[in-house]
Write a protein that binds this ligand. Sequence first.
Ligand code: ZN
Length: 145
Amino acid sequence: MDLRDLYQEVIVDHNRKPRNFHRIDHATRKLEGFNPLCGDRLTVYLALDGNTITDLAFEGSGCAISVASASLMTETLKGKSIREAEALFENVHGILTGKPGDGLPGKLAVLGGVREYPTRVKCATLCWHTLSAALHGADEPVTTE
Ligand code: ZN
């Protein structure tokens, strides 16, 4: 299976059946993100215990790439530390904005395929920007523009 097939398969799967697609009633933090270029709008919920992300979920609506990216992000970062989340955000952002990098771990590697569609990069990074802002305690909605 080449990367293009894998890309299609993972994006379609996570868009059709998004993981962790719900609100968290007792979220430590929640934050909205909006990508006006595409109309993607989502809310990221996170529960923290010290420096550990014990729960991570999202709700909202958007294109397949924005939903799949958020689904992959929540699946990957649940149970991880804030430091790991921030390191991965830097890595994802770097890869998608064309900096050379080490590649992304596991299924997140498919997000690198979004680089071939420059107009969709903000769809893929929206949830990551929103999570990063939430981790920094932001309370204003995040917008990619
Ligand atoms: Zn989009």
